[in-house]
Design a protein around this ligand. Structure first.
Ligand SMILES: *[C@@H]1O[C@H](CO)[C@@H](O)[C@H](O)[C@H]1NC(C)=O
Ligand SMILES: *[C@@H]1O[C@H](CO)[C@@H](O)[C@H](O)[C@H]1NC(C)=O
Ligand SMILES: *[C@@H]1O[C@H](CO)[C@@H](O)[C@H](O)[C@H]1NC(C)=O
Ligand SMILES: *[C@@H]1O[C@H](CO)[C@@H](O)[C@H](O)[C@H]1NC(C)=O
Length: 595
């Protein structure tokens, strides 16, 4: 408790007069390393030193004082056997649990003042757990005992200002979760370059199954064309949603998260509906611009169109929202143009947690290799997903398209060891991760379906039984290549190949777990419609329900595997597996089970 009284003294000293003590400045120079990379993150190269007078917005994440209580609440409201099931938290209740301790705020403010920063110019998040303040590179280097450089991303030719490592005064370590931008190199563009998407395969210009959509026994059997070409009617037949008509369209909403200069296109959606979902013609979606995101209708994106066409294609007439997340303009290394602190996740997450009403179902088809995201950063982002879940939102993420790992599968911890490569946010225990399948009767695992075990997050109790059973069956195979105590994913799966997507007026075949996540989201959104229309709470965080009561309402996928890293990967089998999770959805069974 030594720091409590110190903080008090400093706080008072700061109030009385901001006269710097020498003893005080010593405290701020007594550094401990917060995070360090052993090598420049792959795909990036050092360009040169950052200009010292360049300014940017530094974001400081304060430790969330009662986060353990938030997790307890999350599990209670998400556990179908608990008396609090469905009693989701309000924005204010969550804010109270994630607010920092007063001591943390005081100490961080003293630190900022000691660096002559104007506290009045700082911005605070609603819960007070983030402080954003504009600093120069020279100031940031002093504050964090580090050196900022300009790095270039080869594939996207993007430049960013980051550090190889950073430190914090030792007194701050237990009060500050992370400072950004520092060692997380992911940007919207670099992430886009690895977004989970596959193009290629057969196309059809109209849907041969539409005629069978009306009348009794409509689409009671899945058309054989769905083995190679997927349309909304295939998914509605396969996952048994075609007989359901949504009615809670005033309250229920489905959100699609998009990043950077990739826009969902309205004309393409019209064309898509005409060919593949004629009853939805004349309907559309709403675009919400986040942090300077755009809506350029002359630049349709494959990912954005895939996502919006297949969420609406299943959930129509449920209102869909496309979040177009921007960011500051990119840094241009040789001119003094604006700051670039845009990082995926944080911009959108900080926006959405501040909303009073959040869509009940949200899908995201982007991700990184877990090891490229600093552990502290991944933990904080994952914590925000827990906040959203506790408020009653179901978050779905694509599991990745590289099986157990793509490329060389080498660790970046200085050891350069061969290992499977889990993906993030897929590995966060507070989201529902969706793997991929293909073919019909039977549906099998698609060979690129991302699956594995986190090195950052321990296995949550909701999946411990299913995962132990799987590991027992696996025996020693692959031991040393993955962390058997980690959070295992995917949780569930859905079709991932041959999706007919209209891009720039033309039907394009697209695949990837990028297709699976919006598909699963569409089905969940219909279940939320059903619950809401009966006056019940939406599903919220799904996993405790999926791994218990709902497991029998999923189609277990028992064949296929996800090769990668020079191995055959994991195999799908009876029960949960790290290729297809618990299986694909059966809407009619799920609906029945939810009563
Ligand atoms: C931090 O990175 C610099 C190179 O940018 C290196 O010289 C230094 O040793 C690193 N420190 C730690 C603690 O890794
Ligand atoms: C769409 O709008 C047009 C023009 O208003 C109308 O003729 C058509 O019937 C509408 N289609 C549907 C499916 O509602
Ligand atoms: C890791 O190993 C690969 C392949 O052997 C090699 O190309 C790479 O330079 C090594 N990286 C480091 C940091 O040692
Ligand atoms: C394995 O997972 C555990 C639990 O999440 C974690 O504490 C540990 O650091 C991981 N091991 C490695 C080598 O990453």
């Amino acid at each position: 408790m030594f720091w409590t009284s110190q903080a008090l003294i400093l706080g008072l000293a700061h109030l009385a007069a901001s006269k710097p003590f020498s003893s005080q400045s010593k405290r701020w120079d007594d550094f401990g390393v917060k995070h360090a990379w052993d090598e420049v993150p792959r795909g990036w190269e050092l360009h040169g030193p950052a200009p010292t007078d360049y300014t940017f917005d530094m974001r400081i994440a304060l430790r969330q004082d009662r986060f353990d209580d938030l997790v307890t609440a999350l599990y209670e409201v998400s556990d179908p056997t608990h008396e609090r099931y469905g009693q989701h938290l309000s924005k204010e209740e969550v804010a109270a649990l994630v607010a920092p301790h007063r001591d943390s705020v005081d100490l961080v403010e003293s630190w900022l003042a000691a660096h002559n920063l104007d506290l009045a110019s700082s911005e605070r998040s609603h819960a007070g757990d983030w402080i954003t303040i504009r600093v120069s590179v020279a100031q940031a280097e002093k504050m964090l005992g580090t050196k900022y450089n300009v790095f270039r991303h080869g594939q996207s030719d993007e430049y960013v200002i980051r550090t190889m490592n950073y430190s914090l005064p030792n007194v701050l370590h237990e009060h500050v979760a992370l400072v950004s931008p520092t060692t997380y190199f992911g940007t919207m563009k670099s992430m886009k370059a690895t977004s989970f998407i596959h193009e290629g395969g057969p196309t059809i210009q109209s849907d041969p199954n539409l005629a069978r959509l009306t009348g009794p026994n409509s689409l009671a059997t899945v058309p054989s064309s769905c083995a190679t070409t997927i349309t909304p009617s295939c998914l509605r037949a396969l996952y048994k949603t075609s007989d359901y008509t949504p009615s809670a369209t005033k309250q229920n909403r489905l959100g699609v998260v998009g990043y950077l200069a990739e826009y969902a296109n309205r004309a393409d959606l019209d064309t898509f509906f005409k060919s593949f979902r004629p009853d939805a013609v004349n309907s559309s979606y709403t675009t919400v611009l986040v942090n300077g995101g755009g809506d350029d209708q002359s630049r349709p994106g494959v990912e954005a169109n895939l996502d919006i066409q297949y969420t609406t294609g299943i959930s129509y007439p449920t209102p869909n929202i496309y979040y177009s997340t921007g960011g500051s303009p990119p840094f241009i290394p040789d001119s003094y143009t604006p700051s670039n602190t845009n990082e995926p996740y944080l911009d959108w997450l900080n926006f959405i947690v501040d909303q009073k009403d959040i869509p009940q179902t949200i899908t995201t088809s982007y991700g990184d290799e877990e090891q490229t995201v600093p552990r502290d950063y991944a933990i904080r982002v994952c914590n925000i997903f827990a906040q959203l879940g506790s408020r009653g939102t179901t978050l779905l993420f694509a599991s990745g398209d590289s099986g157990v790992g793509g490329g060389q599968c080498l660790t970046n911890d200085g050891q350069n060891r061969t290992a499977f490569m889990p993906a993030f946010p897929a590995s966060c225990p507070f989201v529902t991760t969706v793997g991929g399948t293909t073919h019909v009767s039977p549906e099998v695992a698609v060979d690129f379906s991302g699956g594995g075990f986190s090195n950052y997050f321990a296995r949550p109790s909701y999946q411990s039984k299913d995962v132990s059973t799987y590991l027992t069956g696996l025996g020693n195979q692959y031991s040393g290549l993955f962390n058997s105590s980690g959070r295992a994913y995917p949780d569930v799966s859905a079709q991932a190949q041959g999706f007919q997507v209209v891009v720039n007026g033309r039907v394009t075949p697209v695949g990837g777990t990028s297709a699976s996540s919006p598909t699963f989201a569409g089905v969940i959104s219909l279940l939320n419609d059903y619950l809401i229309s009966k006056g019940k709470a939406p599903l919220g965080f799904l996993n405790p329900l999926l791994y218990s009561k709902a497991a029998s309402a999923l189609n277990d996928i028992t064949s296929g595997s996800n090769p990668g890293c020079g191995t055959n990967g994991f195999s799908a089998g009876k029960g949960w597996d790290p290729v297809t999770g618990l299986g694909t959805p059966d809407f009619s069974k799920l609906k029945k089970l939810l009563g």
